[in-house]
Design a protein around this ligand. Structure first.
Ligand code: SAH
Length: 344
């Protein structure tokens, strides 16, 4: 049976017209689905029992729900979210003193091949539907209220998948999440993270969504970047920079560069210089992310000294740099560790 959430409001209206119901009923149903995140036709209490029964003959609702939740010693919670076809994605609740951030997935698996990322090993199975993205957010919002006594405050598209490769659904999900009558999230508290697909970055800039953009850079030297993120051969750094300039021009939002420092890969002065030169071209800041081991030996050589050098040199060059502590690593919930693994 068809999921009623696959219908647009207009399609719902058409359906109601066909079965001889008033069009305003369609809006009522739509509100239950998208503003209240209701997962049962039977609970749509402002519809008659007859109408609810009729709807149930035609449609179903396939909620994406937590099958399994693990809690880290630092408070981070990782949900294994079961989808209607039996596949699973992961989404993570990250609490700090004042905020709750949801790290959500956009695809089952990922078609990119970043060597340092566990999700890349899964291959892409399929794109998530709009409702499956919204459900992850609504789930974490409920968990935040239950466990931390406050609503969700931030969303990052840094879970499984490349959001730009599921562009249409990600954009529609953001529109639904930010609608005032729904979850009412501020788009300024939503970050879309991408490995860098220039054409899509420009398209997102044109949407006027007011979200933030993060670019997973990891190396501003083409050769190194292509080695550790092989798909990026198709997207040269200068083209990515063009799209970032366009992004800034259109949105006025600065870009965040995400960057891991790996001993033997990018822990040298040449890389630091290249990074400074690269980020100077567009208003930006750098987040140094702590690498979370995924069992690929070549990335395992952490050098705190080099990280400190990056911070010193970037700061000296007038570039804002933050060091991001890893969260939830004990339950494989940290960046790059999402791989549908629930136990060792
Ligand atoms: N595909 C998107 C979003 C998912 S990855 C993107 O590439 O941006 C979210 C962030 O985690 C990216 O910056 C990615 O480069 C980083 N990451 C991937 N694997 C990691 C790992 N093992 N340790 C730390 N960060 C990692």
């Amino acid at each position: 049976m068809r999921d009623i959430r696959a219908l647009s409001l207009d399609e719902l209206k058409d359906f109601f017209a066909e079965i001889g119901e008033k069009p305003f009923r369609a809006k009522q149903v739509y509100d239950w689905l998208w503003s209240k995140n209701l997962h049962s036709i039977d609970e749509m209490t402002n519809l008659s029992k007859d109408l609810r029964d009729k709807l149930s003959q035609y449609f179903t609702i396939n909620p994406a729900a937590a099958d399994f939740t693990q809690k880290s010693t630092d408070g981070t919670m990782k949900n294994a979210v079961k989808l209607h076809d039996g596949l699973t994605v992961e989404s993570v609740l990250i609490p700090t003193e004042t905020r709750t951030t949801a790290c959500v997935s956009s695809q089952v698996g990922c078609s990119l091949n970043c060597e340092f990322c566990a999700t890349a090993k899964l291959k892409r199975m399929r794109n998530l539907e709009v409702a499956e993205i919204v459900d992850q957010v609504a789930l974490i919002d409920r968990q935040s209220k239950e466990y931390f006594d406050r609503p969700l405050s931030n969303i990052v598209f840094m879970g499984m998948g490349e959001p730009m490769m599921n562009y249409k659904n990600v954009v529609e999900a953001i529109r639904k999440i930010t609608k005032p009558e729904g979850l009412g999230m501020s788009p300024r508290r939503i970050t879309v993270s991408t490995s860098g697909i220039p054409k899509m970055i420009k398209m997102l800039a044109d949407e006027d969504l007011k979200v933030k953009l993060a670019l997973s850079l990891h190396s501003a030297i083409e050769e190194t970047r292509n080695e550790i993120m092989p798909f990026s051969e198709k997207f040269p750094l200068h083209e990515i920079m063009d799209s970032l300039k366009y992004w800034y021009q259109k949105t006025g939002n600065i870009v965040t560069f995400e960057y891991c420092v790996w001993g033997g890969i990018n822990d040298n002065d040449e890389h630091i210089k290249a990074l400074i030169k690269y980020c100077r071209q567009v208003p930006s800041k750098v987040n140094l992310i702590q690498y979370n081991p995924i069992g690929e030996g070549k990335f395992d050589h952490r050098s705190i000294e080099s990280e400190e050098k990056y911070v010193r040199e970037l700061t000296k060059a007038g570039i804002t740099v933050m060091v991001r502590r890893s969260r939830g690593a004990d339950i494989d919930a940290a960046c790059g560790q999402l791989a549908n693994k629930t136990s060792d």
